[in-house]
Design a protein around this ligand. Structure first.
Ligand code: ASP
Ligand code: MG
Length: 406
């Protein structure tokens, strides 16, 4: 007999038939004698709609009231899921995050889980019930309802699996697992049998939006092994876990393309101590999220000057430009060039730590495609290049073929 935590995302519970489908799946595990905790998201589109409604009332609603509002999405689903189980004769009880013992800090709309006391969950499981918990929500020690940030149901499931010492944590979604690349762009993409936490984190932050990054970090810290799989078929999914020796045999685990970046270049920045600090302090104070930074060597006669480029999300570009314009007199650079027509292409794999020649092969592949590299950045398990957005998908296919087959 195993204790299993199963999480079903918004599309998996998107309408009454889908909820009945979830109930049937849960019932199968129940029939085997397993203890099951089900975590559900709001039905697809519901959270977005609630946010839209709030904005129609006022542009900047109180965050406490936002949590009060958003928590209703998941509360709807837990009740419907419990009813779906009752309708096929299976004992089930729904619990809000608070009732399940999920305690958070008081940072409304992006609260952090502080502690989980799952006594009630254990008692109900011992009683033979299936326990259905609302994802994405908790309560403060003072009894205020909080939510955990968008995509937070993943976090609820992982954290509950850790607190309950579950034997298995399954994240059900509308794709079969984690792929070597987005199959909509690269038809040759293959489903991965396993992936390490670090690779998963890099791919998630690179635009392969399978799971909330915070939940993967949590799983890594608490060593929760979980499986990402589809709620619409019986195919085995992708196991996410600590890296093993055998994982290092694969140099590149996945390729991702982030089309959401913009590039800013400051031309002719005086090459003196403190200038980079001034620029990036200014951007940080304005909460502009900077990703890659590249500075070249000094050039030019007279006072040495350098070109400085950085990337940020497209959504932050205007804010970034405003900050930079405000610094022009103080810093004294020559001009600013901003471009939204860039893509960030990345390859990720723990095997890069122990293999050589990976960068060379990547650049060679891009050269053969006639793709110019505008920026490069690397980490232990990742190489990213900024390229022309128009060539992004073509480059992604070629790079996937070179490292992962076509
Ligand atoms: N319903 C919330 C959202 O849409 C939480 C989740 O689905 O995980 O962000
Ligand atoms: Mg989700």
């Amino acid at each position: 007999m195993a204790l299993i935590v199963q999480k079903y995302g918004g599309t998996s519970v998107g309408n009454p038939d889908r909820i009945k489908n979830v109930a049937a799946r849960v019932a199968k595990y129940h029939a085997k004698g397993d203890k099951i905790v089900v975590v559900v998201s709001a039905m697809s589109g519901v959270t977005d709609n609630l946010i839209k409604l709030a904005k129609e009332i006022m542009p900047l609603p109180s965050e406490r009231e936002m949590d009060m509002l958003l928590a209703t999405g998941e509360q709807t689903t837990i009740a419907l899921a419990a009813m779906a189980l009752h309708s096929i004769g299976i004992p089930a009880v729904s619990l809000t995050g608070a009732q399940a013992g999920i305690l958070t800090d008081g940072v409304h709309t992006k609260a952090k889980i502080q502690n989980i006391t799952p006594k009630k969950v254990h008692d109900l499981l011992d009683d033979g019930k299936i326990v259905i918990v609302a994802g994405f929500q908790g309560e403060t020690p003072e009894g205020q309802i909080t939510t955990l940030g968008r995509g937070g149901s993943d976090l609820t499931a992982i954290a509950l699996a850790a607190a309950l010492k579950a034997d298995l944590c399954q994240i059900y979604t509308d794709v079969d697992g984690v792929y070597t690349a987005d199959p909509r762009i690269v038809p040759a993409a293959k489903k991965l049998g396993e992936i390490s936490y670090d690779e998963m984190l890099e791919l998630a932050s690179l635009g392969a939006k399978v799971m909330q990054s915070r939940s993967v970090e949590f799983a890594k810290n608490f060593e929760v092994i979980f499986e990402v799989r589809s709620s619409l078929n019986e195919n085995p999914g992708t196991l996410v876990k600590e890296e093993t020796k055998s994982m290092e045999g694969v140099v590149v685990r996945g390729v991702a393309l982030d089309k959401n970046q913009a590039k800013v270049t400051l031309v002719g920045v005086p090459d003196k101590p403190g200038f980079a600090a001034r620029i990036f302090k200014g951007l940080g104070d304005a909460t502009v999220n900077v990703d890659m930074i590249v500075q070249n060597i000094s050039h030019g006669a007279g006072t040495p000057a350098t070109d400085l480029s950085f990337t940020t999300e497209k959504a932050d570009l205007l804010k970034a430009q405003k900050v930079i314009d405000g610094l022009k007199a103080e810093v004294g650079f020559r001009e600013v060039i901003a471009s939204e027509n860039i893509g960030k292409l990345s390859i990720v794999g723990v095997g890069m730590k122990s293999h050589t020649g990976v960068a060379g092969k990547l650049f060679e592949t891009l050269a053969k495609e006639g793709v110019n590299i505008e920026m490069i950045s690397t980490s232990e398990i990742k190489i990213s290049v900024v390229i022309d957005l128009a060539k992004g998908e073509q480059a992604m296919k070629a790079v996937h073929a070179a490292f992962l087959g076509s």
